[in-house]
Ligand binder design. Structure first.
Ligand SMILES: Cc1cc2nc3c(=O)[nH]c(=O)nc-3n(C[C@H](O)[C@H](O)[C@H](O)COP(=O)(O)OP(=O)(O)OC[C@H]3O[C@@H](n4cnc5c(N)ncnc54)[C@H](O)[C@@H]3O)c2cc1C
Length: 558
């Protein structure tokens, strides 16, 4: 996948996707798989906004049972299975546990019934060839077992626990990138750091966008028969330039924050409830969700999610130190045995999500539950324009498919059925994951440790030979980077040459797993910057600037 803007601007596309978060990436791939001429741009790096900040849970929507929302549950269950099938290297089963207190709606008996219904609704969840992807039935467990699994959990009123299974992705950034790489393999053109600054119109028809290269400052136009905006929290900003906006606007946004901490609970993703009433009146998380998750992820824990209304421009959003300390205090109250302190926080994942309202009764943010898919011809009379505003990473592919269905109708071409729920994404050609992994580790070349080989399979799937090809030419690239156990130099070179990593932060946060779970350290950043400098021809000053900017990612606003 190469960034070539003159090439990009030289054609008229069937569909131009503006915004390469997970929704845009899925739409670009879906459209390219149907034989459309596709381009996709993002004003930052691919997947550098909301999609980079997910809790990484690919979930079947057990929580929607509370609203008896079977349709949404079915959609989530189907997409969870689809992702396991098309992206088997990234999406793996996750065991989840929730302690139960009392005997009422959140008691063990109620959860027993809930899990039973969940299994009935998800009757076809295991229609997959690979046994590694099969999710066992949910079950309840006695109090004694809960205390064993979650040492230090509050025991007052504890009646037992519920165990169920969802999925998790160990690398949501590479999962997204692999959708884009798959789109590119089908002929889609992609460019990061290209912003749509306005629309090109003819009468009441959108015929493309005015764009700016955020690297060189050069302005140009991109023409397309259909423009699809998948700009996440920026949806209002871009559509505003056309004098329109999504129905129900002004769009209300909530911040959403997760902490990456030292490992707090191993084995199970754990749902814990905070104890309301103990929080100071003006505390940030008072307005947030009271159910938190502590999920094991790589060798750390992901802790969250705290929500609060956000009214500023999405570009200005930065997490504050106060928000971090409030969330720590809240988690500490909910699970004192974890002993969480500020020193345990290695990174913060934060983004903006559409919200419906703030509950007057509880002060909690009520997030939007439904995605928004707009055909602007019927919405506000603008033809050639479709907009999507998603609410979950899990269901992005399905929503993107619907958006491309509309685009096809607009194009007036023969209807081609989507194959995006069948075709493997980049590196996804793996019929049985465990067998594939074992064979790759067994047949690894000299100089690659079993741990690095395992890591390569989990991150590049069936395309791991792409990475090994660099090692053949330059054996030193098989060495893990300083302070790292598995990530090798060849991944950095590949990121620059084939995956459009333009900055050190692109490489550290979104092409490799070096920095997404915390600061990888000075020596690692320096080694990574050296490799990038060699590839990109950076001078000393540029290299230093890149290191400073990558380090700044880990410093919250005061
Ligand atoms: C903390 C947190 C935890 C979450 N946990 C989960 C979870 O566990 N499971 C789950 O399923 N979901 C989860 N979500 C929700 C999920 O992450 C989002 O629904 C999803 O990532 C939204 O994707 P998107 O593509 O719509 O938006 P984004 O990822 O924000 O993508 C929009 C893109 O558009 C680009 N853009 C904007 N304007 C322009 C322009 N003018 N020109 C070009 N490009 C532009 C932006 O740069 C951005 O990259 C979580 C969200 C957060 C914040």
């Amino acid at each position: 996948m190469q960034r070539n803007l003159s090439h990009l601007a030289s054609e008229e596309y069937d569909i131009l996707v503006v915004g390469a978060g997970i929704y845009g990436a899925c739409a670009a791939r879906d459209a390219a798989l149907r034989g459309l001429k596709v381009a996709i741009i993002d004003k930052g790096d691919f997947g550098s906004a909301t999609s980079q900040n997910s809790l990484k849970i690919i979930h079947g929507g057990l929580r929607y049972l509370q609203q008896a929302d079977v349709i949404r549950m079915r959609e989530s269950i189907r997409e969870r299975r689809t992702l396991m099938k098309i992206a088997p290297q990234f999406v793996h089963p996750l065991s989840c546990i929730m302690p139960t207190y009392g005997h009422l709606t959140k008691g063990r008996e109620a959860l027993f019934i809930g899990l039973l219904i969940n299994d009935i609704i998800g009757f076809d969840r295991n229609r997959l060839e690979d046994p590694e992807k099969h999710l066992p039935r949910g079950r309840t467990i006695p109090k004694k077992k809960v205390v064993e699994l979650l040492p230090g959990i509050a025991t007052e009123g504890l009646t037992g626990g519920a165990i169920w299974y969802d999925c998790q992705t160990h690398n949501s950034e590479r999962l997204l990138l692999s959708f884009l790489l798959a789109a590119a393999a089908e002929g889609a053109r992609a460019a990061n750091y290209v912003e749509a600054t306005g629309f090109l119109t003819r009468g009441r028809r959108v015929i493309g966008v005015a764009a700016i290269d955020r690297i060189s400052g050069e302005k140009f136009e991109l023409r397309a028969r259909v423009v699809l905006t998948t700009t996440g929290p920026w949806v209002g900003n871009l559509l505003g330039r056309l004098g329109t906006r999504p129905r129900g606007s002004p769009l209300r946004l909530s911040s959403a924050i997760n902490l990456v901490t030292r490992s707090l609970i191993g084995g199970y993703a754990t749902g814990i409830s905070s104890r309301a009433g103990l929080i100071e009146e003006d505390a940030f998380v008072r307005r947030g969700s009271r159910l938190y998750f502590i999920a094991p992820w790589r060798s750390v824990s992901l802790v969250g999610t705290a929500y609060a209304p956000y009214e500023g421009d999405p570009d200005s959003y930065r997490v504050t130190e106060r928000e971090i300390t409030d969330l720590i205090a809240e988690i500490d109250r909910a699970y004192p045995a974890g002993g969480l302190t500020r020193a345990d926080v290695k990174a913060v994942h934060a983004g903006l999500l559409p919200m419906d309202k703030v509950s007057r009764r509880t002060g909690e943010v009520i997030l939007s539950k439904r995605y928004c898919l707009i055909d602007h011809r019927t919405h506000d009379g603008w033809d050639g324009l479709i907009s999507v505003l998603g609410v979950k990473y899990t269901t992005a592919r399905a929503v993107a498919e619907k958006a491309v269905d509309i685009a096809l109708r607009k194009l007036g071409s023969a209807f081609v059925t989507s194959r995006s729920d069948e075709a493997p994404i980049y590196g996804g050609r793996i019929p049985r994951f465990d067998d594939f992994l074992a064979a790759a580790v067994h047949g690894r070349p000299e100089g690659i440790s079993p741990e690095s080989m395992t890591h390569l399979v989990y991150h590049y799937g069936s395309r791991y030979p792409d990475i090994l090809s660099y090692v053949q030419r330059e054996p030193a690239l098989a060495n893990p980077l300083p302070g790292q156990k598995y990530v090798i130099g060849a991944e950095v070179v590949h990121a620059v040459r084939e995956e459009m990593a333009l900055t050190l932060a692109d490489c550290v946060l979104r092409r490799t797993e070096l920095g997404s779970a915390g600061d990888p350290g000075e020596a690692c950043l320096a080694a990574c910057a050296n490799l990038m400098a060699r590839e990109r021809g950076w001078d000393h000053a540029r290299r230093e600037k890149e290191i400073r900017e990558a380090e700044a990612v880990y410093i919250p606003r005061v």
